[in-house]
Design a protein. Sequence first.
Length: 199
Amino acid sequence: MSNISKQMIPKVEAYHKRKLSDKFFCVYLDTTYIPLRRETFEREAVYIAIGIKPNGHKEVIDYCIAPSENIEVWTALLQNMKSRGLKQVELFLSDGVVGMKAALAKTYPQAHFQRCLVHVMRNICAKVRVDDREAIMNEFKQIHQQANKAAAVDVLHAFYAKWNKSYNRVIRNLKDIEPDLLVFIIILSRSGLQFTLPT
C-alpha cells in the first residue's frame, strides 16, 4: 500500500461517517461506471447521492462502489444517509432502476419522486431517428419550462399527439411513467421556490 493510500484511507472513512445536514430540498441519485484496478482492470458501479439546497448549493452526500447497480446497494446507502442525520428530503431524482420507488417509500416515506430527465431524454434519443432528435429534444424540454402542472400536461399531451404515429413505443413508454415526469413542477408551483431542475 502506498503512502498516499495510507494517508487517504482515514480521511475517506471519516467522510463516510460524518454527520449530515438534516434537510435537503432535492437529492439526485445516480450510478456511473468507472474502470477500477483490482487483480485486473474492471468497470464497477459508483453510486452517488448529491444533495441540493433551495439556493442551488450542491453537496456530495455520500457514495459507494459495488460490482453492478442493484436496489439492495441503494437501499443500504439510503438507510445509512438517514442514520447519519438526513431526515427530510422534499424530492428525489433518479432513473428507472427497478425497486427505487419502493426503497424510497420505506426510508423517506414523505418524499416525492421525479424521473431524471437526462435519463429519459437519453432513452428517447436512442429510439428515434437521428434526423428527428433535435426537434424531439427541444419540444420535450419545453414541458419542464412550464409554470404549472396544467400547462405542462398540455405541452406533454401535444408532444404525444405529434410523435405518436412515428414513435408509438416511445410515447407509450412515456405515458407509463407520466406520473413521475411532472412532480418537480407541482412541487415548485406549490412552494414558490425558484429552482432549476438538474439536467
